[in-house]
Design a binder for this molecule. Structure first.
Ligand code: DGT
Ligand code: MG
Ligand code: MG
Ligand code: MG
Ligand code: MG
Length: 268
């Protein structure tokens, strides 16, 4: 086919193919969710409706897009990991990232009512995205560990902070001053000795965030079948189905990975 004289503009496009053999991680983060949470009266420090909606949207991303093996989320962020051998959209970073971000954002709006009921969504939320490549299982696991450690650090801080405000009667400025320079052990101690709260008994969803993976399930359904020269009858049919399952547990140690050996491909 003859090319138009405008065709050359294509050559201005830059190549953003992700390096082969690497896990491709897309991390989304809510834009200005400090304000979004205020405006929608999110419960402090954790709103289970908001966290549920984030997970529901992430599930939609995994179900609608190809090759995502695990995702991990906390607060207003979610990370999606594409399998190493993925060739979806020829591994073009911008395609992968924008599909993840738009599928997630539209799902967040689409499923809003399932979690917030009649409380209206006041304006369209948006999420930024970035792409990071990790060549080894160790690097990928360290990435996920980093996000879960971040969840822990922020949740411990926020739990003590809001306990000091909500139960201790401090102003937010006083609570901030009280926590300046404190270590994790000091924060645990404040919760325990002043408010009789054992941080380890706080909801695991808040302490560990949410990991979503694919799990195989054997499913038996009965089907009506008509064989030649026989009456139609009910026969049990077993098939294996994949579905996204949520875990709120430690993903830093070995146990989770030993129990789910199919998530990561072996290093070379
Ligand atoms: P950004 O990401 O630079 O556009 O700005 P933000 O405001 O989204 O900041 P970020 O992502 O560092 O922090 C997440 C904010 O979202 C933080 O202000 C607390 C808020 N947030 C997330 N989950 C909850 C929740 O469950 N309850 C409440 N009250 N706030 C939440
Ligand atoms: Mg941010
Ligand atoms: Mg944010
Ligand atoms: Mg964030
Ligand atoms: Mg098109």
């Amino acid at each position: 086919m003859a090319k138009s004289k405008f065709e050359y503009v294509r050559s201005f496009e830059t190549d953003d193919t992700c390096l082969k053999n690497c896990y491709i991680v897309v991390r989304l983060d809510g834009r200005n969710f400090h304000r979004f949470a205020e405006q929608h009266q999110f419960k402090k420090p954790n709103d289970d409706r908001a966290l549920g909606l984030m997970s529901r949207s992430a599930r939609s991303v995994m179900e609608e897009l190809e090759d995502i093996i695990i995702s991990y989320g906390q607060s207003d962020e979610f990370s999606f990991v594409f399998k190493r051998s993925s060739n979806w959209f020829k591994r073009r970073a911008s395609k992968l990232m924008t599909h993840v971000a738009s599928q997630f954002s539209s799902s967040y709006v689409f499923y809003w009512k399932e979690f917030f009921g009649e409380q209206p969504l006041l304006y369209p939320p948006s999420f930024d995205g970035r792409v990071v490549l990790y060549p080894t299982n160790r690097n990928l696991r360290d990435y996920l560990s980093w996000r879960q450690a971040d969840c822990h650090i922020n949740n411990l801080y926020n739990t003590v902070f809001w306990t000091l405000v909500q139960k201790g009667g401090l102003t937010t400025t006083q609570a901030e001053d009280r926590l300046k320079g404190t270590l994790a052990s000091d924060k645990n101690e404040i919760l325990f000795s002043e408010f009789n709260i054992n941080y380890n008994n706080e909801p695991v969803l808040h302490r560990k965030g949410t990991a979503l993976i694919w799990e195989k399930r054997e499913e038996t359904v009965s089907k009506r079948m008509k064989l030649p020269n026989e009456e139609e009858k009910e026969v049990p049919v077993t098939r294996s189905r994949r579905r996204v399952e949520a875990f709120h547990c430690d993903i830093i140690g070995e146990q989770f990975w030993e129990e789910h050996p199919d998530v990561l491909e072996d290093d070379a």
